[in-house]
Design a protein around this ligand. Structure first.
Ligand code: DLL
Length: 446
């Protein structure tokens, strides 16, 4: 039984609630135009299509999409910085980069139309979350080459909300300004939201009574249902989740509606597929796999069948909100972040799901994987929520860890060492949290 949501605002019902048949027609027309365009304008795609033995006129139905080759992140790296742009530089009005701390970043260019599309999709996202021109949006996503800050800024501005362009950092000041300005909407990574919750508690600010937050748009990193519940309880707000990827448009590709059952993909601009990560073949309906996106309308740097390496699945049954677009499930994680430990696949989000069911623990954790005497070892460090719990005495703590360990083993199917850390001892992040250290990778053991 689904609770009736408090609102079902839709910015563009003609598009978002379009009959599926009409949507498919629109997608096919846009796909044909895209393929013709890149074949003429992009030496990269022309070569790829030729190597694959496919021509623009071969695309007659949406199923023919599968005849086109995939594009992968290495294609973007190999063509760094502007090799995949399909318009002259004079038509590029913005450049963003995907996050990443090592090596060259992955760049994305935007024309004026691309920017308008992105802003419009962010406006749709805010409306979907019930945000209006009466709201004050405290934007704690980083501003700059990362798309989170500017994306949310532009979308909130478009619907006439008041934007506070905070970016990340200076945590005390964030709390002070949220309180003084009466912010009603918070936008941030889920992990940074938790840092802000902790800061507020240290400052003696009660987020439920001293702040006016009612809605949050969170994204840019995997987070569990348990993390969302935690944020909702801490802040007394309704959590919405946005999905995006710097190479495409940053946030705005998908957002969940007030029914909170999957994220609606903006299918008038993106054609989404889910394929088996190993074979590249479509998965069975409802199965998880690699999320593949084709940008139907992007001008500056269109991407065809882009393997995001994010793992998700589709919900195709109609949504009660009235939108006809397909939804994707919360991401299990990136294939790149999947740790293979003792031959078993482990995502940090699985560990998070277990830890956050325990109110004695803080939502701050780190997985450390190493290989000792040719055997994989997993240590899970997690903070105690309070000094009292941490200082309860070794024997009690050990009993608690034993129980937690059994619970963890039932989820992960491998054993681990669990270490309870003192409160506030694990490093915090202002953006995306780092949830694991794989010492095997650092030592070139895998
Ligand atoms: O993270 C864009 C973004 C900003 C999305 C703000 C949402 C909110 P990148 O830095 O290029 O772009 O990272 C993209 O982040 O492939 C996913 O692995 C992850 N990611 C993004 N949104 C979500 C989400 C931005 N809602 C990568 N849940 C993607 C889980 C997400 N992971």
């Amino acid at each position: 039984m689904v609770n009736k949501p408090s609102h079902t605002l839709i910015r563009d019902p003609k598009i978002e609630c379009m009959p599926v048949e009409d949507l498919k027609k629109l997608q096919l027309q846009r796909l044909k135009d895209l393929v013709e365009r890149v074949y003429i304008q992009s030496p990269f795609y022309r070569r790829k299509f030729n190597e694959h033995g496919v021509k623009p006129e071969d695309i007659k139905t949406l199923d023919d999409l599968r005849r086109l080759p995939f594009t992968v992140k290495d294609d973007l790296r190999d063509n760094y910085p502007f090799g995949l742009f399909t318009v002259p530089m004079k038509d590029i009005i913005r450049i963003h980069c995907s996050s990443g701390t090592t090596g060259k970043p992955v760049t994305a260019g935007y024309t004026r139309n691309d920017m308008e599309m992105w802003v419009e999709l962010m406006a749709r996202s805010f409306v979907t979350a019930g945000v209006t021109s009466r709201d004050i949006v405290h934007n704690a996503f980083g501003y700059g080459l990362f798309t989170g800050g500017l994306g949310h800024d532009m979308g909130a501005r478009k619907i006439g909300a008041t934007v506070v362009p905070m970016s990340g950092g200076v945590n005390n000041r964030q709390i002070m300004l949220m309180k003084d300005f009466g912010a009603t909407v918070l936008t941030a990574t889920p992990s940074y939201a938790m840092v802000l919750a902790e800061t507020a508690a240290q400052m003696g600010v009660n987020m439920k009574t001293d702040l006016k937050l009612r809605v949050g748009l969170f994204g840019a990193e995997p987070s569990t249902k348990e993390m969302h519940q935690h944020i909702e309880e801490e802040f007394n707000l309704e959590v919405y989740e946005t999905y995006g990827i710097g190479e495409i448009i940053g946030p705005g590709i998908a957002i969940n509606c007030a029914y909170h059952e999957g994220l609606h993909i903006q299918e008038d601009h993106f054609l989404a597929e889910i394929v088996d990560p190993d074979t590249g073949e479509p998965v069975q309906p409802g199965q998880r796999g690699d999320f593949v996106i084709t940008t139907l309308t992007k001008e500056a740097m269109p991407l065809i069948r882009y393997r995001t390496r994010d793992l998700t699945r589709f919900f195709t049954e109609p949504c009660l909100c009235g939108r006809t677009t397909v939804r994707h499930d919360r991401l299990a994680g990136r294939t790149d972040d999947m740790l293979i430990i003792k031959g078993v696949n482990v995502f940090p989000s699985q560990v998070e799901g277990v830890l956050l069911r325990h109110s004695e623990l803080a939502p701050q954790y780190l997985l450390i994987v190493e290989r000792v005497n040719n055997r994989d070892k997993l240590e899970i460090q997690v903070e105690a929520a309070t000094e009292e719990f941490y200082n309860q005495g070794q024997e009690n703590l050990e009993q608690y860890i034993d129980k937690l360990h059994r619970e963890m083993q039932q989820t992960l199917y491998i054993s681990s060492k669990i270490t309870i850390m003192p409160p506030r001892s694990i490093q915090r992040s202002e953006g995306k949290a780092k949830r694991y250290i794989d010492k095997r990778r650092e030592a070139n053991q895998i």
